[in-house]
Design a protein around this ligand. Structure first.
Ligand SMILES: [Zn+2]
Length: 80
């Protein structure tokens, strides 16, 4: 009777370990593309000095004082 119980516990433990490994593998797979997306979204954002819109630093337009703007129109309006 005890041997059968031990066998049952052992089978349960193996199933649990397999299940843990399986969920870990799935979590690892899901993590990789999520991390990639995070890297692309990690570009610093700057606030337009005219309208307050947040724009990525690569898309921002700067005036002579390094003030960021979302577009040329707002840069020209602010410099007037
Ligand atoms: Zn703007």
């Amino acid at each position: 009777m005890i041997v059968r119980l031990l066998f049952f516990v052992l089978v349960f433990a193996i199933c649990w370990i397999v299940y843990r490994q399986f969920t870990k593998a799935i979590a690892g797979k899901n993590k990789t593309p999520a991390k990639k997306n995070k890297d692309t979204q990690e570009e610093a954002m700057v606030k337009c000095a005219h309208c307050g819109t947040f724009v990525p630093t690569s898309h921002a337009i700067y005036d002579q004082h390094q003030t960021p703007f979302c577009c040329i129109e707002h840069k020209q309006e602010a410099s007037r």
